[in-house]
Each structure stands twice: as C-alpha cells, then as structure tokens.
Design a protein around this ligand. Structure first.
Ligand code: IPE
Ligand code: IPE
Ligand code: MG
Length: 237
C-alpha cells in the first residue's frame, strides 16, 4: 500500500452493526457486542501504526438506555470486563484511556472500573483512546450551556464574552482536537447524536462492514479515504 500523505490526528468511530451481525450468525445481540471487542483492538493497533493521536469510539449512547434491560446489563458487564482485561496491554502500548459522556448514570461498580482504567493508563503518550459512554451530543451541549449560564449568573463571565472557544472548552471533549474523520460502520449514514459540534468540518465515511467484521485493513482504508479528501473549511484554494 502506498503511504498516504495526510494522516488524521483524530479518528472517531460509530461502532455500529453488532446486533445485525449477531442476527446473521444466529446469535443473541449481546454476542454481537462481545464480537465487537476484537475490532476495537484491531483499530487501536492500526491507529497506533499510522500515528493517529486520538481515537474516539462511540460505545454507548444516552439513547441506548432504552434498549432491553438484558442487553444494557450485558453491555455494562462487557465494559467492566474489557477495561480490566485490556488495561495492562493498553498500558504497555502507551495508550491512555479517557472518556466523554455523563458517567454519573452508571452504577458505582462501572464507574469504579472506568476510573481505575483511566488512572492506570494516565501516563500513556502514544495514543489517547476516548470512550464515549452514556454520550449524546445534545446532552453534552446542554450540560455545557448550563455551566456557562451558571458562571454568567455568578458574575464570573460576561454573556457577551461567550465565544466558540469558550463553548468548546465547556464540552467533555475540551482537552482534545476536533475529529478529522468520522467513520460509521454498518452502512447507516447518520450521526446518531455523536460529536455534532466537534464534527462541523470532519470528513465522514460510511463503510458497509458490520462492526464485528471490521479489521485493521478496514481502518487502513479509512486512512486512505481520508487522504483523498479535499478539506476546504469554507475557503477557496
Ligand atoms: C452498536 O451495534 C453497538 C451499540 C449501540 C452499543 P448495535 O447494537 O446498534 O447493532 P445494530 O445496529 O442493531 O446492528
Ligand atoms: C449509535 O448506534 C450508538 C453507538 C454506536 C454506541 P445506534 O445503533 O444506537 O444508533 P441508531 O439507533 O441506529 O441511530
Ligand atoms: Mg445500531
């Protein structure tokens, strides 16, 4: 493969299609989620190889709480198990685990496991893996608006001083650059409440592959696809 010139600094993935994959293989939906763990490892390997600095994975949306209780419970169990089993290897690879979303709705146990993974990998400098958990863009923006409104009400900031930078800084993603490329697997072409503010000028790519079938080669295709795009940011060349 020829070496693409432009590498995205931040890739964000909407990991979709686990349920359909399970259906196609005569399995239960939760088995599709379990099959979705290996593609996470593959994506991390590929991202690290390309020198991508930030990889955001949409793992659980705020709307996903509305799924059947058994599926939600299986997902929570899988998050706990995965962060525990993967943390040593991530640490070895220099991957730092971070999170966006409102974690306060998770059980104490889940919150503890997530916080432990963050603490354990805090020194990782090669790549930051940002897990979007109980994440929805509208809820994130609503929390940010509330924060800025309360700071204005307290006289800490003037309403007219609120600018785009200040809003970005009030979002969960404040420490990270905007995604350059957003990938959604399974052929669906929508964002489903994911990084709406941050993706203003992101390139979008919608491969047909179901998430459990996503491989390092698919990630490589994403990088090649990105290198072909002409980003203009509203300007003329
Ligand atoms: C994505 O796969 C994983 C989560 C939303 C947690 P889905 O479970 O949405 O799979 P489909 O879309 O039903 O195939
Ligand atoms: C988006 O997928 C959320 C995650 C991948 C975690 P969904 O499967 O929940 O989204 P819709 O329902 O197809 O829009
Ligand atoms: Mg889905």
């Amino acid at each position: 493969m020829s070496e693409p010139k432009r590498i995205p600094q931040h890739v964000a993935i909407i990991m979709d299609g686990n349920g359909r994959w399970a259906g196609l293989h005569g399995k239960e939906r939760y088995e599709g989620h379990i099959a979705g763990v290996e593609p996470v490892r593959a994506s991390l390997r590929a991202a690290a190889r390309w020198g991508v600095k930030y990889l955001t994975l949409y793992a659980f949306s705020t709307e996903n709480w509305g799924r059947p209780a058994e599926e939600v419970a299986a997902l929570m169990e899988l998050f706990c198990r995965s962060v525990v089993s993967e943390t040593p290897e991530l640490k070895r690879q220099g991957v730092r685990i971070a999170m966006i979303g409102d974690r306060s709705r998770f059980s104490e146990k889940v919150q503890r496991y997530l916080a432990e993974a963050e603490r354990e990998t805090a020194g990782g400098e090669r790549l930051t893996l940002i897990l979007a958990l109980n994440y929805s863009s509208r809820s994130e923006i609503t929390r940010a608006v509330r924060l800025l409104a309360s700071r204005a009400a307290a006289g800490e900031i003037a309403p007219e001083s609120i600018d785009e930078r200040m809003i970005s800084q009030a979002l969960d993603t404040a420490p990270y650059p905007d995604p350059d490329l957003v990938v959604r697997t399974s052929g669906e072409q929508r964002l489903s409440n994911f990084l709406l503010w941050q993706s203003s000028y992101a390139e979008l790519w919608f491969p047909e592959v179901l998430w459990p079938d996503f491989t390092e080669t698919d990630f490589d295709r994403a990088i090649e696809e990105y290198a072909r795009r002409d980003r203009r940011f509203g300007l003329v060349k």
